[in-house]
Ligand binder design. Structure first.
Ligand code: EPU
Length: 420
């Protein structure tokens, strides 16, 4: 197991380019189940979750080949299995995204129920309810969702709660269903739009992605495609918050600021200035951070995946801020670790009240989930002295070579192997 060691106190400075989006890559890989032939997928990040998805596809009978860094060919001809086993699903909840493609393509699926995780219970009841409405028979047996259908048919699916993977799962299933499916209260995240664009490149008929209502006309079959996915907006935002917490000055060369409107607005409020120039998006941190309150919300609101990193910034802002988490019920695991660095945070239900201090102090820390780990890295970059972050496998699930990228920007950060 690895740990990350940071000597804090360096300003981030320089240029960086962002990897492909994890949360766009995973559904796209699973969408290949719907196709016949060999798809070529570009800008796929080198991440643990991508490897887990490829392993799952192999078990189902799909073949893949890495043809160059960040480009994979995935061939789907004969499916060998329709089961996603517990050992894979427990390491990556996004594995439930095989359910829709399998039901649509082979009309049966056996997928382990993911169970709770570090940030909340995260049920998949809304996915299952939608598939039942579209003509699937669903049972829970031995911890597995066992689903089958003669053929899915189009339906009106109105989600009670906005769900990103729920929208993606239903959208994928609907591409090969009989007739029209309408998804209401659909997720509008850029990753949902990207998946819809990829499905269209495969021959699907989809309209309305990026709005609250998506229309999908079922077609008889989908074909392989070439597709290049969007940059990772969460990685992008994490670097921007790195600028805030280190008073840095960086330029993101492939930034898409339209995906980050809510975050950029808040970063401006706390004193970060932005400039779009011929090199990309430049962000300059202030000497002293101001405070801002945030409430997480589905896109285009302030993303829950930025909440932990923003909290790290607020621990060293001048004044008091309030962070309200509305998406996941247990996404404050980073609070106790930040407190070990001297942060003053009080949690009241789903609100955290943060009283800024001048600077954090380095400490040994434990990563609890992906975005919380990123927050600890940012905190370590600010802190006086040495910060050691253990269990960094969480971070490797979603950030490509994070320590290399921060090092390129001047941070003193390294990864070392530890024997426990
Ligand atoms: N929910 C239900 N029932 C369902 C589905 C969702 O009650 O059937 C609830 C959830 O418990 C949660 C809310 O609805 O309270 C929203 O959850 P959503 O389904 O949107 O989350 P998700 O699709 O499981 C994706 C991302 C997460 C990101 C959330 C919110 C992927 C692979 N994962 O999860 O990303 O936090 O949307 O934006 O796209 C991450 O990358 O670190 C990560 C956790």
């Amino acid at each position: 197991m690895d740990k990350i060691i940071i000597q804090g106190g360096r300003r981030l400075k320089g240029e960086i380019s962002i990897s492909g989006s994890k949360n766009a890559a995973l559904p796209l890989l699973f969408a290949t189940i719907l196709t016949e032939g060999t798809s070529t997928l570009h800008h796929i990040p080198e991440l643990k979750d991508v490897l887990t998805s490829l392993k799952l596809l192999s078990k189902l009978g799909l073949h893949h080949k890495k043809i160059q860094t960040h480009t994979y060919q995935v061939q789907c001809n004969n499916m060998r299995s329709y089961t996603a086993t517990y050992d894979l699903v427990k390491t990556m909840r996004a594995s439930v995204l095989v359910l829709g493609p399998l039901l649509a393509r082979v009309r049966k699926a056996k997928v382990s129920l993911p169970g709770g995780c570090a940030i909340g219970a995260r049920p998949i009841n809304l996915h299952l309810k939608a598939f039942e409405k579209m003509g699937a028979k669903i049972d829970i047996q031995g911890g597995y969702v066992v689903a089958s259908t003669k053929k899915l048919h189009g339906e009106l699916i109105r989600f009670d709660t906005v769900t990103v993977t729920g929208t993606e799962n239903v959208m994928m299933a609907a591409t090969l269903a009989q007739g029209e499916t309408v998804i209401e209260n659909a997720a509008r995240e850029p990753e949902v739009i990207d998946l819809a664009q990829a499905l269209i490149a495969m021959g699907a008929r989809i309209e309305g992605m990026g709005t609250k209502t998506i229309h999908i006309q079922g077609v008889d079959q989908l074909h392989a495609c070439q597709y290049s996915i969007i940059p990772d907006r969460i990685e992008m935002g994490t670097f921007l918050m790195g600028v805030a917490i280190t008073h840095g000055d960086i330029t993101i060369t492939n930034a898409k600021s339209s995906m980050l409107v809510a975050l950029i607005e808040k970063l401006k409020e706390v004193g970060v200035s932005f400039e779009e120039n011929e090199r990309g998006l430049r962000a300059i941190g202030p000497k002293i951070l101001k405070t801002a309150d945030i409430t997480t919300a589905p896109f285009p609101g302030f993303a829950t995946d930025f909440q932990a990193q923003f909290m790290a910034c607020m621990t060293v802002a001048k004044g008091t801020s309030v962070i309200t988490e509305t998406i996941f019920e247990n996404r404050f695991m980073h609070v106790s670790e930040l407190a070990r660095m001297g942060a003053k945070i009080r949690v009241e239900g789903h609100r955290a009240i943060i009283e800024g201090i001048p600077r954090l102090s380095g400490a040994p820390l434990m990563a609890s989930d992906l975005r919380a780990s990123a927050a600890l890295v940012l905190a370590g970059l600010n802190a006086e002295g040495i910060t050691e972050i253990h269990r960094v496998y969480h971070i490797d699930r979603g950030y490509e070579h994070i320590e290399r990228k921060f090092r390129k920007l001047g941070a003193k950060i390294k990864r070392v192997k530890v024997k426990y």
